[in-house]
Design a protein around this ligand. Structure first.
Ligand SMILES: [Zn+2]
Length: 441
């Protein structure tokens, strides 16, 4: 079936960064067929096509969330201002109350929340990821389900090697799926042994899926590598042979110039989580230096317990605010660059840039229509500026993934967020979620 979205400002994010204002986009089934200025729409045979009037909204590529933990919706807002949130809240509750059903229900909710905010591709890392993959598939989002491995065991597996085997089975199961894939996502550089990291890397790279893990994020992590190895986490990953083109390192806050050169040489990529990093007072990652070196960088929200929101529009605004303030220069990172991190550059870092991340013929129809009729969206002089500095998730009008309309008139089309929330609330009651935290909060 053919669909035309017309009368929109098309922000293509193609190589030339073309914008058509006013413009149109034509897609058939899941594939974009044409995109251009309105005056060229007539040259297409539109017999039987469904027509969508975009009412001068901004049509952009679906946004990419490169790093999150979708199973953690029940943790959102717990211990936000607690110094040791990880040990007081997250680990005890995860170990006692997290199970397959909770991951499934939470991932459904998170996928719905992300779709409503214009995220069409997501790289998740958590536990029981087969449930996460199933939930993402049902919700229609594009996603990679990363099975997290902890050396000392986690809520799903006490033995890290069993978790690795589960992860490999997950990768195989989704190998030919059009939207979902799996990967093995070790928790972090210091929470897994070198043997576990190497085993996971070998499997991920043999299937050409991302090897993703938390890297150069925590103070204790930096101290540990300094004391044990007299080196940085990035140098350690390289020394044990797990830094390569399939490596997608999340956070990368504490990076030396040598670390960045190493990432460039090895082709490693970065998921930058500005909201989560700054909320936790961990610092601002050296993204200017990453981009100068042409290291692929995209944006991630981190989990709902870390950054609270799962939308990339908020990350774009935070990115501008923090990086401009940090460099004392309002001209660094123009809005166009920030939109590219949220779309095509994010897709590159996720390994999906040949199929998504820009509006070009031949690519998947992963599209977001941002309305410009709300009070906060007037006037629009520069669509990049409007997206970074004015827009928020409430402006997301319609969302398509692989040509399927998943959000229309700001509501989910094939699922109902209220019902998903009701199921999640019931489950949280059953497991008495909050009582599992430690007492010394
Ligand atoms: Zn994380």
């Amino acid at each position: 079936m053919k669909t035309v979205i017309k009368n929109v400002i098309v922000v293509t994010m193609n190589h030339k960064r073309e914008i058509y204002n006013p413009g149109y986009l034509l897609f058939e089934n899941d594939i974009i067929k044409a995109v251009g200025p309105m005056e060229e729409l007539d040259k297409h045979d539109l017999l039987g096509a469904s027509l969508v009037d975009g009412k001068q909204g901004i049509l952009m590529p679906g946004m990419v969330n490169l790093h999150t933990h979708m199973g953690m919706i029940p943790f959102r807002g717990l211990g936000d201002d607690c110094k040791d949130r990880l040990r007081v809240f997250l680990i005890p509750m995860e170990n006692k109350a997290m199970d397959e059903e909770m991951v499934y229900l939470s991932t459904r909710y998170a996928a719905g929340e992300m779709l409503l905010s214009g995220v069409t591709s997501v790289l998740d890392m958590y536990y029981y990821e087969e449930e996460a993959a199933k939930a993402m598939d049902e919700m229609g989002i594009r996603g990679i389900a990363g099975q997290t491995i902890m050396e000392e065991g986690a809520c799903d597996f006490s033995d890290p090697y069993e978790a690795i085997s589960y992860g490999e089975r997950l990768i195989k199961k989704y190998q030919s799926h059009p939207r979902i894939s799996g990967c093995i996502a070790p928790h972090g550089t210091s929470t897994c042994s070198s043997e576990v990291l190497k085993a996971a890397y070998e499997i991920d790279s043999s299937y050409q899926v991302p090897f993703t893990l938390h890297t150069a994020e925590m103070d204790y992590e930096m101290k540990y590598f300094e004391q044990e190895y007299s080196m940085t986490p990035a140098a350690y990953l390289d020394r044990i042979g797990v830094l390569g083109e399939d490596t997608l390192a999340a956070h990368c806050i504490h990076m030396t110039k040598e670390d960045l050169d190493l990432f460039k040489r090895k082709g490693a990529r970065v998921a930058h989580c500005i909201g989560s990093n700054t909320k936790a007072a961990k610092g601002v990652a050296p993204v200017t230096e990453m981009i100068e070196r042409d290291i692929p960088v995209g944006l991630g929200t981190d989990g709902p317990a870390s950054g609270n929101t799962l939308d990339i529009l908020t990350q774009m605004k935070l990115f501008a605010d923090f990086h401009k303030n940090e460099t004392k220069d309002r001209s660094v990172f123009p809005a166009e660059t920030i939109v590219s991190l949220a779309t095509i550059e994010g897709a590159k870092a996720m390994g999906l840039h040949l199929i998504t991340g820009s509006l070009e013929p031949g690519k998947q129809a992963d599209l977001v229509l941002i309305e410009t009729l709300s009070a906060n969206m007037f006037p629009v002089y520069d669509p990049y500026s409007a997206l970074v500095y004015s827009a928020n998730p409430s402006n997301v009008e319609s969302v398509f993934v692989a040509g399927e309309c998943l959000v229309k008139d700001k509501k989910l089309v094939k699922s109902n967020l209220e019902e998903i929330r009701k199921d999640l609330v019931e489950k949280m009651k059953q497991t008495d979620f909050r009582t599992h935290m430690t007492q010394d909060q």
